[in-house]
Design a protein around this ligand. Structure first.
Ligand code: GTP
Ligand code: MG
Length: 307
């Protein structure tokens, strides 16, 4: 095979919740396509991000964190991981190195589902050992790297910091060399397959996750109900509904005197304006929809469940 041949393929980012999968995807692309929060289980479905250059096109699939299945929503989240894995040419587990340095005992627990699924897999695998910026003495990583090497003897193990973009050019180069030879599957300027409507809803959900405490974010979903161009005012008018599982959560989203929802709306509008490159008028409503996380029809409407 000649080095000059164009390469193109699918890469599955997978691993435990909160490992930095979405941060890594955004950092590799140099643009935000997947929302990021300090709370686990932020990503709920497969998000495709496309990285193209003159030599290769890597089509990344960001996936929800692999965790215990509780209810229908988390079942559909896990299905998105397995479906992405099935589609991948290269598998990229992502993990939080700092967590396993502090708590080596969590490693087996967290990686067991990933390791088991990949035990017999012969596809190229690159393990992104993320968050190395969180400790100065890099030798602290050695026991973790040794254990990962035992777990996946064929894999490339690659320490990175997605946050600081440390090690990413090297990671990208290695990754592209692992892709199969073939023509690009997407136009070079396409960065994601997600419709802007979905991305706008995700931005609102990100702000809700960042702003709300405890378990409330997990009972929240966002759906863009209408999207119109107002030519006269030169702005996009977006109406989105925030669904919550309980009346109490509705009050928390709205906040005292509407302060909370106002803040969420302002923050989301700024990011959506950046995404669209133009002025946005964002209207948010909060509706209670009990047990929505168990409602297959609704999950499908939100685009969280395959047809
Ligand atoms: N210090 C540090 N923090 C990071 C790094 N990468 C990600 N984070 C932080 O880790 C948290 C989780 O990041 P995400 O990218 O949302 O993680 P994820 O794996 O996509 O999480 P889920 O979608 O919930 O499975 C956020 O607060 C990030 O800012 C890193 O390299 N260094
Ligand atoms: Mg994520």
């Amino acid at each position: 095979m000649k080095d000059t041949e164009y390469r193109c393929g699918w890469v599955a980012l997978m691993g435990p919740p909160n490992a930095g999968k979405s941060t890594l995807l955004n950092a590799l692309l140099g643009q935000k396509v997947s929302i990021v929060t300090p709370k686990p289980q932020t990503t709920r479905n497969q998000i495709v991000g496309i990285l193209s250059d003159r030599h290769a096109q890597a089509i990344f699939m960001d996936t929800p964190g692999l965790t215990q299945v509780r209810g229908r929503l988390s079942k559909t989240m896990i299905q998105a991981v397995w479906q992405s894995l099935g589609q991948a040419h290269v598998i990229m587990p992502v993990l939080d190195s700092h967590l396993y340095i502090l708590h080596p005992e969590y490693l087996e627990r967290d990686l067991a589902p990933v390791a088991e699924a990949l035990a017999e897999d012969t596809r190229p695998m690159i393990v992104a050992v993320n968050k190395v910026d969180l400790f100065a003495d890099k030798s602290r990583m050695l026991p973790l790297l040794t254990r990962l090497g035992e777990m996946w003897p064929r894999a490339e193990i690659f320490p990175v910091s997605a946050l600081l973009k440390d090690g990413l050019p090297q990671l990208e180069k290695l990754l592209c060399s692992c892709l199969p030879v073939g023509p690009a599957q997407f136009p070079e300027d396409q960065i994601s397959t997600a419709p802007v409507r979905f991305m706008a809803a995700e931005i609102v959900r990100e702000k809700l996750f960042l702003h709300l405490r405890q378990e409330v974010p997990y009972s929240v979903a966002v759906d863009v109900e209408s999207w119109q161009e107002d030519a006269e005012r030169g702005q996009t008018v977006i109406h989105a509904v925030i669904y919550v599982g309980r009346p109490m959560h509705k009050a928390m989203v709205i906040g005292r005197g509407g302060a909370s929802i106002k803040h969420i709306g302002t923050e989301a509008r700024k990011d959506i304006q950046e995404l669209l490159g133009g002025k946005v008028h964002l209207e948010l409503w909060v509706k209670v929809r009990e047990h929505w996380t168990e409602d297959a029809v609704f999950l499908r409407e939100l685009g969280l469940m395959a047809e």
